[in-house]
Design a protein around this ligand. Structure first.
Ligand code: T46
Length: 148
């Protein structure tokens, strides 16, 4: 399992945001283009998730996102047909960039965990690949690669 800082797979990486920490607490600001590779068109957050209830199980065709655990701990399984990583998010100053064509599953939400997501586009159900076989076929088409 990787921590936020260690992720290294296709279309995924860690982004360290500056933490303006002082005696009063911590403050993280996120600006485009300084800190983010895309303009934010949408923000959503996921909370009140039971530890036994995984979410996600899809890929996006084009959407780029940054995921942050602004409270608690959350595990993210990232998968392509060739690679798989589990990343634990727990530091609100570290974002996980997830680009197009990466299968994701979110699980093991700790008590009071909040997953904040910054997204490059408005919500569009047509951008989702919610079936793994369809995802693999699309991946092979996009990257002109046989899947194992
Ligand atoms: C992702 C992971 C990390 C909206 O109406 N607008 C929105 O912006 C979103 C994200 C969702 N919805 C609706 C669509 C569904 O009726 O909210 C419901 C739950 O969405 P979904 O089942 O897709 O949620 P997750 O937690 O499985 O996945 C979400 C995002 O959808 C997805 O883009 O990458 O979080």
């Amino acid at each position: 399992m990787a921590l936020e800082g260690d992720i290294n797979m296709q279309n995924c990486r860690n982004i360290d945001f500056k933490n303006h920490s002082d005696g009063r607490g911590d403050l993280v600001a996120i600006e485009h283009p300084k800190d983010l590779p895309f303009e934010i068109k949408r923000v959503y957050y996921i909370y009140n998730v039971n530890a036994e209830t995984p979410r996600g199980f899809h890929s996006h065709k084009d959407l780029e996102q940054v995921l942050l655990a602004v409270n608690g701990e959350i595990k993210i399984r990232l998968k392509t047909p060739n690679e798989e990583e589990i990343v634990q998010l727990s530091d609100p100053s570290k974002g996980l960039y997830v680009g197009p064509m990466v299968w994701r599953e979110m699980f093991d939400f700790s008590d009071h965990a909040v997953l904040l997501v910054l997204a490059s586009h408005e919500y569009d159900e047509n951008d989702y690949l919610r079936n793994y076989d369809d995802y693999e076929k699309e991946y092979a088409k996009v990257y002109k690669r046989e899947v194992k």
